[in-house]
Design a protein around this ligand. Structure first.
Ligand SMILES: Cc1cc2nc3c(=O)[nH]c(=O)nc-3n(C[C@H](O)[C@H](O)[C@H](O)COP(=O)(O)OP(=O)(O)OC[C@H]3O[C@@H](n4cnc5c(N)ncnc54)[C@H](O)[C@@H]3O)c2cc1C
Length: 408
């Protein structure tokens, strides 16, 4: 009689969410098989911010050490007014912040985070990784799942996780709600060697220059060797897309009203990569039988709270806990997982939109923003972050499995 944990869970998508899911399952002794459409398991893109809530998950996954070795721990979160050039607010990320949230705030290259997950997955006997396989069809049988790729290859497993991102194929099979919303916001991203960053702006901080329908973010990466620059502006000129090259002339036109430091920083970059931002409104159900969604496939969000990857890692830990708690009854586990997650991820989806409005405010709304944020003490600011960064007990101290182990 074999243990239910030996029957592999299929994971479609080897991004941050998919690899985190494989790792979370394997940490509980459950076999996983990640199927990725790209020719290699690899991340493109630039920096990523990690709030303390993600470090709680790294703790569960045994990743604090390798992540910390590659991360930068900034001194402050700073908001500047990109028209007037003055500081609006600053939240120190030192001892008081770490004491309150138990973990730090970190900045890391997306490729480094992905590589840590990949290396750790590769060390596990329970994880198999297949690249260059695009899943096009999924069928649920009486006791499992059959997934088929565009080359006709078949994979069989006890259950399937759709971690296939914003344009998820699996979502269309189980939710069927069409394309995501185009937000009308465009992001240009670039990474600059620190030697090319003007000396007066080489701050070891996460800095956001809030403007009118625009904002610019910069922060150090890779133990300070690089700077990550992210410029965002409103535009309805683009319908959809992911990772193409941006047009610097348009960027300079959109940022024409910003102060000299912002324009100086924008001028430093010759080649930008462009993302058309999309999200979806929150939904309550993203699993069906033995199939569940995770990460951007389940709850794509705008990046304004810097939490999309963080939420996918929380999903991964939660999902694995529920599978163990339900002793391999995947349909029940996936219902419990979505039930435990949808209000938290929905809140981040909704609040990310609100923050986008906040960063891009003009007129009275902007004055109000600056007045409200500027008058807060660091303690008040941290109290406002408790819902996002504070301990989520269901994730950090999961209930033990209720029933005795089921065998097949
Ligand atoms: C500009 C910007 C800045 C951001 N900043 C932050 C930040 O600071 N902090 C943060 O936490 N988050 C941030 N995010 C969000 C974060 O990048 C995403 O939420 C996260 O990468 C989602 O991970 P995922 O694994 O769910 O999806 P993805 O990373 O999209 O991975 C999906 C994977 O599935 C594969 N795939 C797709 N379809 C198939 C198929 N049919 N068969 C097989 N494989 C398939 C894809 O090739 C891909 O590898 C940012 C996003 C943007 C756009």
């Amino acid at each position: 009689m074999s243990n239910w944990k030996d029957r592999q869970v299929l994971i479609v998508g080897g991004g941050i969410g998919g690899l985190a899911a494989a790792l979370a399952l394997s940490r509980q002794g459950i076999a996983a098989h990640v199927i990725e459409q790209a020719p290699q398991f690899k991340e493109i893109g630039a920096g990523i911010q990690l709030g303390p809530n993600v470090f709680w998950m790294f703790d569960r996954l045994g990743l604090i050490e390798p992540i910390s070795a590659l991360a930068v721990f900034p001194n402050n979160l700073i908001m500047m007014d990109s028209i007037g050039g003055e500081e609006v607010t600053r939240i120190p990320l030192g001892e008081a912040f770490r004491r309150k949230f138990h973990h730090p705030y970190a900045l890391i290259h997306r490729a480094d985070l992905h590589q840590v997950l990949l290396d750790t997955c590769m060390k596990s006997d329970l994880i198999r990784l297949d690249a260059a396989q695009k899943v096009v069809k999924v069928e649920e049988t009486a006791d499992g799942i059959v997934a088929q790729t565009d080359t006709g290859k078949e994979y069989r497993g006890a259950a399937l996780i759709g971690a296939d991102g914003l344009w998820s194929t699996i979502r269309q099979m189980i939710v069927g709600d069409g394309k995501p919303n185009v937000a009308g916001h465009i992001t240009y991203r670039a990474v600059l060697p620190t030697s090319e960053m003007p000396e007066q702006y080489r701050w070891r901080d996460m800095v956001l220059w809030a403007g009118e329908k625009v904002h610019l973010v910069h922060y150090p990466l890779r133990t300070g060797e690089l700077f990550n620059l992210v410029a965002v502006f409103h535009s309805n000129r683009y319908e959809e897309g992911w990772d193409s090259y941006g047009d610097p002339a348009e960027l300079h036109e959109r940022f024409a009203k910003t102060c000299e430091p912002v324009r100086t920083l924008l001028n430093k970059i010759e080649s930008w990569r462009m993302w058309v931002l999309c999200d979806r409104p929150p939904i309550k159900e993203w699993s069906r039988g033995r199939i569940a969604l995770l990460g951007d496939a389940a709850h794509p969000m705008l990046q304004y709270l810097a939490q999309g990857a963080g939420m996918s890692i929380e999903d991964a830990v939660c999902l694995a806990d529920k599978v163990v708690a339900m002793q391999g009854d995947y349909a029940a586990a996936f219902r419990a997982y979505q039930g435990a997650r949808y209000l938290r991820t929905g809140r981040v989806q909704i609040m990310a939109r609100v923050y986008g409005e906040f960063y891009h405010a003009s007129g009275v709304a902007k004055e109000l923003r600056n007045m409200m944020l500027g008058s807060r003490t660091p303690e008040e600011a941290m109290a406002g972050m408790e819902w996002l960064y504070g301990e989520q007990r269901e994730l950090t101290r999961p209930a033990a499995a209720a029933a005795p182990a089921a065998a097949e």
